[in-house]
Write a protein that binds this ligand. Structure first.
Ligand code: ARG
Length: 467
């Protein structure tokens, strides 16, 4: 400018190209969180009502002011819920948007709400409440997914399929047993969720900026009113801690990894080459060019969501890793990571629950595949140990020769004539054929947690009782 002062309203030539009105606009854009933290409106209002009620109970504000505040906040809640609230970016975040509206509604009394409180403990409270509710939702969704698997496991306790290691046919198992493997995985996820709820169940409000407050507040009262087990014990830690968010993201990442493995199996199983399952139309799409195709898009997207969730976990760990105590503005970047991961996880669990319930299982294809690839070779070796007294290593060698012979003849083990088997080892009798079928193989694996239908049914009963 002519007088030598800087015009902060006009865009800086070096770095302000994108901004119409200079540094103020840049500051507002980087600083404002209202675009995403408005999601916390209900938690913010609940927290403020509990705080104001406690302030009045302790004689810190008057009962009349408290009534005005509570009434005003209830009005704001319905304004936001009905879409009649104008969020302002100048007011930065959800906390200041609500407080400014409260002042417009009830006047001076609004200014008393922020007594003995800071946005630091306020945001810690709001976010914790939000994550707690999300964890509770996740717990319920996992229960539904487990229930879907239990139903399919019950239906298919006897359906034989190939069990794989290295994605090579290993030994026959049942589809019910395979389903129950996922029940164990999602059951562990659910207990992680329950532990996380216990961990975070402490109320941050009253920690104030970082040092606590000189007002005679009652943190036990607000903790109880907000459904927390107890208040947090260290005010510095309270405003600088985001472990609850990181725990949520870690749990989401582990659960996402499980969902992705399941998604991958569904993708493989639904190929024409495998043909083990057929997805319902509801969870697949056609190709715009190849009319014969039915694509497992939902499963593929579940597999991909895992990438986003992992990204969120690493992002928040990185945001937090170098921060000195207590609050730093860096921590404002916590919310989008958690919101995005929560949305992805919810969608992925819901889609998987639907797919598992809806998919058609082709038991014929599974059974045929279970018998191929000499999957009962171990049963022949075990028979030689049991019935002919061979050491397992020798039995393994004899069986290897039988497999090689069957391979050269292009037949299954069970199709080899007895004379051929006896030429390899004279101790073999006609009884051996009893163990060479896939059903016999599966039924024999009765060890605790094994694939025998009787064992699978025991595990189903165990999980039904705790689901
Ligand atoms: N919007 C802020 C956040 O999400 C609220 C806390 C701001 N506190 C402060 N002292 N500037 O972290």
């Amino acid at each position: 400018m002519a007088d030598g002062t800087k015009d902060t309203k006009s865009s800086n030539q070096m770095w302000g190209g994108r901004f119409a009105s200079g540094p103020d606009a840049i500051m507002e854009e980087i600083n404002a969180s209202i675009g995403f933290d408005k999601k916390l409106f209900a938690q913010d209002i609940r927290g403020s009502i509990a705080h104001a009620t406690m302030l009045a109970h302790q004689g810190i504000i008057s009962a009349e002011d408290k009534d005005k505040i509570v009434h005003g906040l209830s009005t704001i809640l319905s304004e936001i819920e009905s879409g009649n609230f104008e969020f302002s970016r100048q007011l930065e975040d959800i906390h200041m948007n609500i407080e400014a509206r409260l002042a417009a509604l009830i006047g001076q009394a609004a200014g008393r709400l922020h007594t003995a409180r800071s946005r630091n403990d306020q945001v810690a409270l709001d976010f914790r409440l939000w994550v707690k509710e999300e964890l509770q939702k996740t717990e319920a969704m996992l229960t539904n997914l487990i229930a879907a698997f239990l139903d399919r496991a019950e239906e298919h306790a006897e359906s034989v399929m190939p069990g794989f290691t290295h994605l090579q046919t290993a030994q026959p198992v049942t589809f019910g047993h395979h389903c129950m493997a996922y029940v164990e995985m999602f059951g562990r996820d659910r207990s992680r969720v329950r532990h996380a709820i216990e961990h975070l169940d402490e109320s941050p409000i009253g920690a104030a900026a970082l040092a606590g407050t000189g007002y005679p507040i009652d943190r036990h009262m607000t903790a109880k009113a907000l459904g927390f087990r107890e208040p947090t014990r260290n005010s510095i830690d309270t405003v600088s801690d985001r472990d609850f968010a990181i725990e949520f993201l870690s749990i989401a990442a582990i659960c996402g990894m499980h969902l992705s493995r399941l998604a991958e199996e569904i993708v493989i199983w639904s190929t024409p080459q495998f043909g083990f399952v057929r997805l319902s139309d509801a969870f697949s799409t056609g190709s715009s060019i190849m009319p014969q195709k039915k694509n497992p898009d939902a499963a593929e997207l579940v597999r991909a969501k895992t990438g986003r969730i992992n990204g969120s976990l690493i992002a928040l760990l990185t945001i937090m890793k170098g921060l000195p105590l207590a609050y730093s503005k860096d921590m404002q970047e916590d919310k989008e990571q958690v919101f995005d991961a929560a949305e992805s996880l919810e969608l992925a669990i819901a889609a998987m629950t639907g797919m598992v319930r809806d998919m058609t299982v082709n038991t014929e294809r599974m059974k045929a595949a279970a018998g191929s690839g000499y999957s009962t070779a171990t049963d022949l070796a075990d028979w030689l140990v049991r019935e002919a007294g061979l050491p397992f290593r020798d039995a393994h060698h004899v069986t290897g020769r039988a497999v090689a012979l069957a391979e050269s003849k292009g037949c299954d083990l069970a199709e080899l004539p007895l004379a051929d088997l006896q030429a390899i080892n004279p101790a073999i009798t006609g009884k051996v054929y009893d163990v060479l079928t896939v059903e016999a193989s599966v039924a024999s694996r009765k060890s605790f947690g094994g694939t025998a239908p009787s064992e699978v049914r025991k595990q189903i009963a165990f999980w039904r009782a705790r689901n």
